[in-house]
Design a protein around this ligand. Sequence first.
Ligand code: ZN
Length: 212
Amino acid sequence: MKLISIILSLATLGASAHAQNQIEQLKQHMEQVCEASLVVRLGPDQFHDERVMFSNVARKINETGVLRGREIGFGLIQKNEINAWTVNMTSTHSIICVPIAMVQFVHYEGELAAIMTHETGHILNNDQGSSPKAEFRADAVGLDILIKAGYSPFDAAAAMGRFEMYSGDIHTDSKARTQFKSDHPITPDRIEQLRILLSTYTAQELHTRGND
Ligand SMILES: [Zn+2]
C-alpha cells in the first residue's frame, strides 16, 4: 500500500488488526524520521482545519501522477517550527515532514501546496543536501506540480513573500547578503526564476488546471 494512501485512510482502516499494526509501524517510522509525533496522535478535533488542508494538498499532489513509482509519506508533525523538509529513505521512498506551525503560518491551502510541491521537487530531483542550485531546481519542479495539482502558480510567490516578510531574506549589508546567498538563493531571485518559467506555460494550461 502506498504511504500516501495509508495516511489518508488512517481514519477508515479501523477494522483489521493487521492493518492497525501496519499503520502503527508506519507512524513510528515517520515519527523517527521527522523527530516529532504525528498530529494524527491527537484527538480528531485537534487541528481539524490544518489537517484537512494538509491532506487536501497531499491528495492533490498524489493525483497529479508525477510521483509514479515513488512513495511519499506526508507527515504532519507536532512541532513548533516554521519549516518543512524532506528525507529520502531509499531511491523510491521519501518522507516530507511538515510541522503544524508551518501549516498555521501559511494559513492558505495554495501556499501550503507551494511549500509541499517544492519539497516534492527535492524528492523527484534526488536531492541529498541543500544548495542554491538545488533550491532553484526544486522551485522549478515544484511550480510544475503546483500547476498540475490545480493551484495558482502565484501561490508560490505568495508563500515566498510571506517568508520574505517573516524572516527578512533581504540583507542590506552586502557582505551578509553574499554570505547568506551562498546558503539560500534569495527570494527575489527565486521569484524571478518562477516568473520566467511561468511564461513557458500556455494560458490554457494555467486555466484548465485552475480551480476545482
Ligand atoms: Zn528546498
